[in-house]
Design a protein around this ligand. Structure first.
Ligand SMILES: [Zn+2]
Length: 313
């Protein structure tokens, strides 16, 4: 039996229902960065939004904020307990622009960074290590720049090392799908099983041929531009989903909303809200005539299967 490592403990991998494969539940302010990135730090409003997500059919969320750049696993745990929404938290690294200047990570060798990732996956995330119940990271989230060369190589190698060592998945931010082949090739060359790799934001590069190639190489793809009009989801995302299903590749596509900015949250006065995932997106798939079993895969079963791990530590 494989398990999902959640902020409230391990659960059978297939326990959650609808699971947003890439979202952000809490983001602390980070001092010293300019301009500031998104911030989500109002417990009452976030809890209200999560309750709404749960009451409209949402079951779990994959939180893609790695440590040291806004993640707060203490708050994630409190929110999960208060709302019953399952949350899976990440170790890993974000883009350097989201860290205080001169952050240690960008000056450290591979082994120091991979020790940090492995510690967070097996013992607990740093901000919880001195609490009563340390919270383990459930997966590795990393961010690539537009090319592999422009990304801090020791951190990429460290992520591969930690993934191999702990049998955990890596969600990889791509800059609008750029260099996806090169990124996947790098991880394969470092001994990572392609079934551990999820390439994020790929619908920003809606090239169905490329997507088929990546999936045939074993990776999964994450799509999330449903509510980002500048990426023309009607022209790009929805036809892409249709095409991947028609090609029989529905086991390798994970849908998400990535609503890191509070203006997308209803409880902050924005739209469409986290509940759009279990309502609007699900209804649209139903209307397209997508079979129930496929909808379940796209809306949660795939990402949970990929993040699942044999517990060996
Ligand atoms: Zn994100």
């Amino acid at each position: 039996m494989k398990f999902l490592v959640t902020v409230t403990g391990n659960i059978p991998w297939d326990a959650p229902g609808i699971t947003d494969a890439h979202n952000h539940v809490w983001i602390d302010t980070i001092s010293g960065i300019e301009p500031t990135g998104p911030v989500l730090n109002r417990f009452d409003l976030i809890a209200r939004e999560l309750l709404d997500y749960a009451s409209t059919g949402g079951s779990a969320l994959v939180d893609c904020q790695p440590g040291e750049c806004g993640r707060n696993a203490v708050m994630l745990t409190r929110l999960s307990k208060a709302t019953t929404v399952t949350i899976i938290s990440a170790t890993g690294f974000h883009r350097p622009v989201y860290y205080p200047p001169d952050h240690w990570l960008w000056m450290s060798p591979e082994n120091q960074i991979s020790d940090y990732f492995i510690q967070e996956l097996t013992l607990g995330e740093r901000e919880t290590l001195n609490t009563e119940s340390p919270v383990k990271a459930g997966f590795i989230k990393i961010a690539c720049e537009n090319t592999v060369e422009n990304t801090y190589l020791p951190a990429l190698h460290a992520a591969a090392h930690a993934a191999r060592e702990t049998d955990r998945a890596i969600e990889i931010h791509t800059e609008k799908g750029e260099s996806a082949i090169e990124i996947l090739d790098l991880f394969l060359s470092l001994g990572v099983d392609p079934r551990q790799v999820i390439l994020c934001h790929m619908d920003k590069r809606p090239d169905a041929g490329l997507h088929r190639e990546l999936i045939q190489a074993g990776a999964a793809l994450e799509y999330d531009t449903f509510f980002r009009t500048k990426y023309a989801p009607e022209t790009n995302l929805w036809p892409l989903i249709r095409e991947m299903i028609a090609s029989g590749l529905e086991n390798h596509v994970c849908l998400a909303t990535d609503l890191a900015e509070s203006n997308y949250w209803q409880s902050f006065g924005g739209a469409p809200g986290l509940s759009a995932f279990p309502t609007q997106i699900k209804q649209r798939l139903e209307k397209m005539g997508v079979p129930d079993e496929t909808i379940q895969k796209l809306l949660g079963k795939n990402i949970c299967r990929i993040l699942a791990t044999e517990i060996r530590n």
